[in-house]
Design a binder for this molecule. Structure first.
Ligand SMILES: [Ca+2]
Length: 288
């Protein structure tokens, strides 16, 4: 590991047959088998209220899975805000979507409706925050395992609107690069109905690029959610941690056409490390 890339994370909870190696693509995490020692985990101390986490963009993992299980993200939880750790909240989007579960059964739900998924708590951060309004978060992180085989590359972990990229250095790995952004929307849109807007980001080279952000302005739409990004009205901003030359990434926004719906969508990308800031506009369903 490279200390300068740790970004405040520590790997003290990683066990002997769990591994985390910094690579150009991100953090290569893997376990050797299915025993107790097969665990990779990293935590970063923070000081935040659960309410502030719940109010921000959803925590997100950008992970390329090669084999086995995927990592889940975790938050060290102080349910009553008294400074004493009470347990971990665990997020596993593939299993439970935006619901987080309590890993140790430490919580006594004030509202039984929070129970689910086989746990005493399995609820959205907003619902948990409402039940525990004094709650604080003292650490953020992820865990792969334990006792399960998994292998993949973690290219970013997003918490509190910050994307942690584990060694993806914008000088070493980033452009100049020609980044193209394209938007596709359904040909038919009913005002007031949720629709997907697909963002396609392509690196035309000549170098790998990242990290950078893609911002989308969607006149006539209200963006409701952006994976790993932030949303404000008709604008979504998505962090891209790393994009190899020739590579493409897609993101699917959820949006709703507003009463002032227009057939117009605009995009721009911002990055101080890249040669070109492409701007394009497109009509519905057509490429830039
Ligand atoms: Ca406590």
């Amino acid at each position: 590991m490279t200390p300068s890339n740790l970004q405040g994370f520590n790997f003290a909870e990683t066990r002997t047959t769990g591994h985390a190696d910094f690579t150009a693509e991100g953090l290569h995490t893997y376990t050797e088998g299915n025993t107790f020692t097969d665990k990779v985990a990293a935590y970063k101390p923070v000081s935040a209220t659960l309410a502030s986490v719940a109010a921000g963009a959803d925590p997100a993992l950008d992970y390329t899975n090669t084999a086995g299980i995927k990592p889940g993200y975790q938050m060290a939880f102080d349910k009553d805000g008294d400074g004493d750790f009470d347990g971990f909240l665990v997020g596993e989007p593939d299993a439970y979507g935006l619901k987080w579960w309590d890993s140790s059964g430490f919580l006594t739900p004030k509202d039984d409706s929070l129970a689910g998924c086989g746990y005493k708590i399995c609820a959205t951060l907003a619902d948990i925050s409402a039940a525990y309004p004094q709650a604080k978060i003292s650490a953020i992180g992820f865990s792969l395992g334990s006792g399960a085989k998994g292998d993949g590359v973690l290219s970013s972990l997003t918490f509190l609107d910050t994307a942690y990229t584990f060694g993806l250095d914008p000088v070493a790995n980033g452009g100049p690069a020609d980044i193209a952004v394209k938007l596709d929307a359904p040909l038919l849109t009913n005002v007031g109905t949720d629709i997907p807007l697909t963002v396609t980001v392509t690196n035309n080279g000549p170098n790998a690029a990242g990290p950078f952000k893609v911002s989308a302005v969607t006149p006539g739409y209200d963006v409701k959610s952006a994976p790993g990004g932030t949303v404000a009205g008709n604008t979504a901003t998505i962090p891209v941690t790393y994009l190899d030359k020739g590579a493409t990434k897609t993101f699917v926004l959820t949006a709703k056409a507003s009463a002032g719906f227009q057939l117009g969508l605009g995009w721009h990308m911002s990055s101080p490390t890249h040669r070109r800031i492409p701007t394009c506009s497109t009509t519905l369903g057509s490429p830039c």
